[in-house]
Write a protein that binds this ligand. Structure first.
Ligand code: ADP
Ligand code: MG
Length: 353
């Protein structure tokens, strides 16, 4: 087995800048020291040497000094509407290989509205939508209450709570205004999909050639060779009642240890096939590589039709906590193996192994 010098690039929560007036959940996406240590250990257990480097502008110096063969990138970034793509852009400039999706994919995936434009173009099922930069903007007649309002460019349930579900114009305007002012970005408005909450993780790369588009012919084979789908995970939100019927930041962070994760989700094989196919399709049209997680809601009012909410090309990798890690465990893949599967996918893609 070949051994490599790997730099783990991440943004530590405790290194994040603090500026007056920031929302309390501003850095909810960033990683803890515990997660970083577990990833370094996992990569070392894979036979490689590994050091952690903070993923900011100091990388220009630290990478020149450390001279890794490849970077294991999980940087979420700090500022800007393409913050997840900044480190990959730097790595491309410095011509250093790295795990995970590239600049365009990371920029698009951070922006849920841009992602949905691509999904709509490919006729993939995602809720209808509109973005609003101000509560005064007119709402499209195609959008009917109840509506769901969330920030366009955040993650980890940031800006999502039971108040995200709006039943009338007054509630809607209030929530749009809240998102605009608190998160300084457009609000994304969708029909509220009442139903079940399922997410599918995937590791690997589609066997080439695969353009970033789907075949136009519906009868074409559903190409998914090269991808390893993890068992779908369902978050059982029922015990939380009316107050938390969506996967909010409060649930994802404060109550994570009280959540009931059903993995594999209790859904029939045809639905698993359909979710896997949709996951492969989203992965492909978004140009994702190595790893991703696609979030769905299954519509209780439409025969459990799956709707794609978003793709996470940088899914969390915290041992025992992150969705992807729980899904892998349900398939007998431990944290160390999962971390190395992602690294191997990248090494193969660069033809380094
Ligand atoms: N249109 C929607 N209908 C119902 N629930 C939604 C809708 N959009 C988002 N949610 C809820 O909000 C949660 C977070 O939304 P998501 O788009 O996955 O953003 P993120 O995970 O990046 O915060 C989802 O897991 C789901 O519970
Ligand atoms: Mg999500």
């Amino acid at each position: 087995m070949k051994q490599f010098k790997v730099a783990l690039l991440a943004n530590l929560k405790k290194n994040a800048p603090h500026i007056d007036g920031m929302p309390a959940d501003q850095w909810a996406d960033l990683d803890s020291e515990k997660t970083i240590e577990s990833l370094v250990e996992a990569i070392r257990a894979g036979g490689h040497t590994c050091e952690f480097l903070e993923g900011n502008y100091t990388l220009i110096d630290t990478l020149r000094q450390y001279k890794p063969d490849i970077c294991y990138n999980i940087c979420e970034g700090h500022f800007g509407d393409s913050r997840e793509a900044q480190v990959p852009a730097l790595l491309e400039m410095m011509r250093i290989p790295y795990t995970g999706s590239q600049v365009l994919t990371l920029s698009l995936a951070l922006d849920k509205a841009m992602t949905k434009r691509i999904l709509h173009w490919h006729e993939l099922p995602t809720p209808a939508f509109q973005t609003c930069e101000s509560a005064d903007e007119e709402i499209s007649e195609d959008l009917h209450f109840p509506l769901f309002v969330k920030p366009t460019r955040e993650g980890t349930g940031m800006g999502v709570s039971s108040k995200s579900i709006c039943h009338n114009e007054a509630e809607l305007k209030e929530q749009i205004d809240y998102v605009n002012k608190k998160y300084h970005q457009p609000a994304l408005i969708e029909p509220y999909i009442e139903g079940r909450e399922v997410t599918v993780g995937v590791v690997g790369n589609l066997t080439r050639p695969v353009a970033r588009r789907l075949p136009e012919d519906e009868d074409s084979p559903r190409i998914q060779a090269g991808l390893r789908f993890l068992p779908p995970m369902e978050v059982d939100l029922q015990p939380f009642g009316e107050s938390d019927i969506v996967y909010s930041n409060r649930l994802k962070v404060d109550l994570a240890d009280q959540l009931n994760y059903l993995c594999p989700a209790p859904i029939d094989v045809d639905m698993v096939d359909e979710l896997n196919w949709l996951t492969a399709a989203v992965f492909r049209v978004m140009g994702a590589v190595d790893v991703s997680r696609v979030d769905f809601r299954l519509d209780a009012n439409n025969n459990w039709k799956p709707y794609i909410l978003e793709i996470n090309p940088l899914p969390g990798l915290s041992p025992g906590i992150s969705d992807l890690v729980i899904e892998a465990a349900a398939d007998g893949i431990d944290h160390t193996e999962l971390v190395n599967m992602i690294l191997d996918a990248a090494l193969k893609r660069y033809r380094m192994i």
